[in-house]
Write a protein that binds this ligand. Structure first.
Ligand code: AMP
Length: 505
């Protein structure tokens, strides 16, 4: 199979908004891949490399000015070999050697292939949504039920391995995957819930109501004295978190698999900002920020697999093995107790609560309804500072908005984020027609505006940011509507935004 076949499928998928079409395009490609190519193709389509992350700083290396090949000749296996060689480059002279290898690879690639390889190497293609589509394509291509593919993917932790099993051994091979202590599984995810009341009603009150902590997901495995710690993306970080390893080693059991969240705490026991936990996660030496684990699920205990057991039983196992380390939770509370708990969680600096069905098994691969996250939604009225020309479906439209908060001291608006989420086609049309009337200047892809328009933005919260001039950035901002009834001097101030930083309440 040629690389160009993969690139074409990837382009086809980007060009259609129909989920069904996307799945069929990928499925056709997977059917055509030979068994020894399948793992690579599946990894690439989901934005991953079989070799894992290979080196960093691609941006600079990839500014290489190389003439593209006229016609495609690179095969999937050729490219995989290149990646294998790149992954092995190390030691002195490695930058030059990498540059040489990349030069050879890009020199043999057409323009479209070059773009695809760049996005793959820089991790720009990696999106959870893509993995879910590739999983469905595996089911279609090899005529196996999607639920079986998802479960095998959850247990193997790797979609390429799952795809190969589906191709070579069908349902039987997929069903042979088991939870293995030491091998991470795909974590279960949550869906946004509408309100606390609705979620509680959906589960008939039979729910575990838990703090939703804003840290980093961890999955710990222990077999005897051996402990592993994995991240949400199943990266093994055992060596960089000795304090977590110690805690798990002290638990009173022979083998266990726990799912949880880890946080860096400040001296008074309040959670520190999300980025501080994350930077501690990446560090290999710095130990000054100690991580504390909060477990919320037990997937295996002393030889017994609990994935198919209801949460009620898994929580019982959790309490038995790690009582003092479990996340605060209320089991099947009444409506008033649940509401009070929600307020308490926010007051303690957490981002919201999780409501989980006590009857549901552990299921990964897709955001299901059995776990629902409830967060307070904030909305802010912000000033539109400019917009970027869109791409793909939005080509020719002014799309990604630059958003500013008001300076209470009377200075110009202060940029706090960007978003193109929530923009309907009607709004895109309107923006593209309206913005030139407010245009101050253009540079590159951006049209800068005079501060005249106010837009209402919903967000999940804010975080400190060295990139933005006010030191804060919006998290998951999306457009609710324009506010023609508001003048820029009535927009929210940078102080109002800073007040939303965790721990400032
Ligand atoms: P989100 O990333 O917004 O979809 O929320 C899900 C994430 O919240 C999980 O992946 C965990 O990292 C985190 N989380 C925090 N507290 C809990 C909890 N009590 N139960 C499950 N996940 C939690």
């Amino acid at each position: 199979m040629l690389l160009s076949d993969v690139v074409e499928a990837s382009q086809g998928v980007r060009a259609t908004s129909s989920r069904k079409n996307k799945i069929n395009i990928f499925a056709e490609l997977l059917k055509r891949a030979a068994p020894q190519e399948l793992a690579q193709v599946v990894a690439w389509l989901s934005g991953d490399l079989s070799q894992g992350r290979i080196g960093t700083g691609w941006r600079t290396l990839t500014t290489l000015d190389i003439e593209s090949a006229r016609s495609p000749t690179l095969s999937v296996n050729d490219v995989d070999e290149f990646f294998g060689e790149l992954a092995e480059v190390g030691g002195s002279g490695s930058a030059a050697r990498r540059q040489e290898l990349l030069g050879a690879l890009f020199g043999a690639a057409t323009k479209d292939e070059h773009d695809f390889l760049l996005r793959l190497l820089t991790g720009e293609m990696r999106q959870g949504a893509l993995t879910a589509i590739v999983a469905e394509a595996v089911a279609v291509a090899f005529a196996v039920p999607i639920a079986t593919v998802r479960r095998a993917h959850m247990l193997s932790g790797r979609l390429p391995v799952t795809a190969l099993a589906a191709r070579t051994g069908g349902v039987e091979a997929l069903e042979a995957f088991r939870l293995e202590v030491g091998r991470p599984i795909q974590p279960m995810l949550a869906s946004p819930g509408a309100t606390l009341e609705e979620a509680m009603a959906e589960f008939d009150g039979q729910a575990s109501v838990e703090h939703k902590m804003d840290g980093a997901r961890i999955q710990v495995h222990r077999d005897g004295d051996t402990v592993w710690v994995f991240t949400r993306t199943l990266r093994d970080i055992t060596a960089s978190v000795p304090e977590l390893v110690d805690v798990v080693r002290k638990l009173d059991c022979a083998s266990v698999v726990l799912d949880g969240e880890t946080l860096a705490l400040n001296d008074s026991g309040r959670p520190r900002p999300f980025q501080e936990t994350m930077s501690r996660f990446g560090a290999t030496t710095a130990r000054e920020l100690l991580l504390h684990p909060y477990f919320f699920d037990c997937l295996h205990l002393d030889g017994a697999d609990l994935l198919d057991a209801p949460l009620r039983d898994r929580r019982e196992a959790l309490t038995k093995v790690a009582c003092g380390l479990s996340i605060p939770a209320l089991i099947a509370p009444g409506p008033e107790a649940a509401a009070e708990y929600f307020d308490g969680a926010l007051a303690a600096g957490h981002e919201g609560i999780m409501i989980k069905s006590l009857d549901a098994p552990y299921a990964a691969g897709r955001r299901g309804r059995s776990w629902q996250k409830i967060k307070p939604t904030h909305t802010l009225d912000l000033i539109v500072l400019g917009a970027e020309w869109g791409y793909g479906r939005r080509t020719g439209y002014l799309s990604n908005l630059h958003l500013g908060a008001r300076d209470p001291e009377g200075g110009g608006p202060i940029m706090v984020g960007k978003t193109f989420k929530g923009l309907t086609d009607a709004l895109l049309h309107w923006q593209t027609a309206e913005f030139p009337r407010h245009e101050r200047e253009r540079d590159g892809n951006t049209v800068h505006l005079y501060p005249e328009l106010v837009v209402e933005i919903a967000l999940d919260g804010v975080q400190t940011s060295p990139r933005y001039p006010g030191g804060v950035a919006l998290r998951f901002a999306r457009v609710v509507r324009y506010r023609p009834d508001k003048e820029p001097h009535q927009a929210d101030t940078i102080d109002a935004i800073r007040a939303l930083l965790p721990g400032t309440k």
